[in-house]
Design a binder for this molecule. Structure first.
Ligand SMILES: Nc1ncnc2c1ncn2[C@@H]1O[C@H](COP(=O)(O)OP(=O)(O)O)[C@@H](O)[C@H]1O
Ligand SMILES: [Mg+2]
Length: 395
């Protein structure tokens, strides 16, 4: 019998649709001769669905409007040593056993450790970060504090809390002036440039931070790099072993959500030019990201980025396939670690392809790593027999 891989995607997140696109790419990349592939769609209401229509992205516009009209609702449960998908409502009537979960979810309520916690409770092996890794990867303030403790280079930053913004305004403002304007303010828990504000002058500080605090309870404020080169690297592995991909340069990282993901959205953006190696649109999900793979970097810089990335990967308790994004200040040539994406768009397959790892091989490695982690963890002791409760028995 083949191993059954449940590909989980969607969820109650602003990046719901991007996750559908990323997942669909993987559904077709996972080697069907080796694995049974079961798409498990999580609706915006956190309902779980299965159905053959999920294999074709052309159906998704209709599915998202009314999942119940197209798919069968399911629930997952543990049955002895196995995990089963049980139909609850809809055409599908048979139970299916799944052996490993392949989460391809982005953003809050899913990628932030929530889905990992659910899978962990089900005792199902899964390909992505565990609860801690997912949570640290989602919260920019927690992530940066961990990076700082590990002396990973970052631009100067501080965190503003909604709860005491008014009360401690003068302290916050003093910190901002100390770093110097322009600044960038980011809601701690969002992605895809949602809610990010550029604060050009002192005069704008209060208004822009208040705007940012509409999105989150915490906002990260940092020095804005004026002459910026953005480079990203993917890593695959876990606590024991990790491997680095090629490095890409992206030119339009700071686009708003619409421009980033709507086809044709980046028409006005600066392009890298038509140099060889410039790739447009690695996927529709990144329709407007202009990327150059590999980035033009000296061996020394590439090595520096790889070493920082490995340190960051470990510091954040990462697992699976992640992408770590860097900023290079072109004025000083200094490299700064910006953030981790614990389940990157398109699973960064285009960076692995450059290293000679095809997308189906990448998926295969992730599945094998998940099964190995599960086996390793099973060998650790999580329970031991005691007779404490015997003392409470009625004599
Ligand atoms: N300190 C900074 N200086 C200059 N540009 C920045 C800075 N921080 C972020 N940006 C720009 O904003 C984009 C989005 O910020 P990022 O921290 O990656 O958040 P997100 O989670 O929304 O991707 C980056 O890709 C980069 O283009
Ligand atoms: Mg980013």
């Amino acid at each position: 019998m083949k191993i059954c891989v449940g590909v989980f995607f969607g969820g109650k997140s602003t990046e719901h649709e991007i996750s559908c696109i990323s997942a669909n790419q993987a559904l077709h990349a996972i080697n069907a001769e080796k694995y049974d592939v079961l798409p498990i769609y999580i609706s915006r209401d956190n309902e779980f669905y299965i159905g053959d229509e999920l294999f074709d992205l052309a159906n998704y516009a209709d599915i998202l409007k009314d999942p119940g009209a197209h798919l069968s609702k399911v629930t997952l449960y543990k049955d002895g040593n196995t995990v089963k998908v049980r139909p609850v409502k809809g055409l599908f009537k048979k139970e299916i056993q799944i052996d490993v979960a392949f989460p391809i979810v982005h953003g809050t309520n899913v990628e932030d450790g929530s889905l990992a916690g659910y899978l962990q409770m089900l005792d199902l092996p899964y390909t992505s970060c565990d609860v801690l890794g997912g949570a640290l990867g989602q919260d920019k303030a927690a992530m940066k504090d961990i990076f700082k403790a590990q002396e990973i280079p970052m631009v100067d930053y501080f965190v503003i809390y909604n709860a005491d913004f008014e009360e401690n305004y003068s302290d916050y403002f003093a910190k901002a002036k100390e770093i110097g304007f322009p600044l960038i303010a980011k809601p701690a828990n969002l992605g895809s440039s949602i809610g990010i504000e550029v604060i050009k002058t002192q005069k704008e500080f209060k208004e822009k931070i208040s705007e940012c605090l509409r999105y989150d309870f915490k906002v990260v404020v940092e020095r804005m790099i004026k002459d910026l080169m953005e480079v990203n690297i993917s890593l695959i592995g876990g606590s024991e072993e990790v491997r680095c991909s090629a490095i890409e340069e992206v030119t339009n990282g700071f686009l708003d959500f619409d421009k980033k993901y709507q086809p044709g959205g980046a028409k006005g953006s600066k392009k890298l030019g038509n140099k060889a190696g410039v790739k447009n649109a690695a996927s529709k999900g990144m329709a407007s990201t202009i990327r150059k793979v590999p980035a033009d970097l000296s061996d020394e810089k590439r090595n520096e980025i790889q070493q920082i990335a490995i340190k960051a990967f470990r510091a954040l308790n990462s697992f699976g396939c992640v992408r770590i994004d860097f900023m290079i200040d072109k004025e000083t040539d200094k490299v700064y670690c910006n953030e981790i994406n614990t389940i990157p768009g398109s699973l960064a397959f285009y960076l692995w392809k450059e290293e000679g790892v095809s997308f189906d091989e990448e998926c295969d490695i992730l599945i094998r790593n998940a099964l190995n982690r599960y086996a390793r963890r099973s060998r650790k002791t999580y329970a031991f027999d005691t007779n404490i409760l015997d003392n409470y028995k009625k004599k």
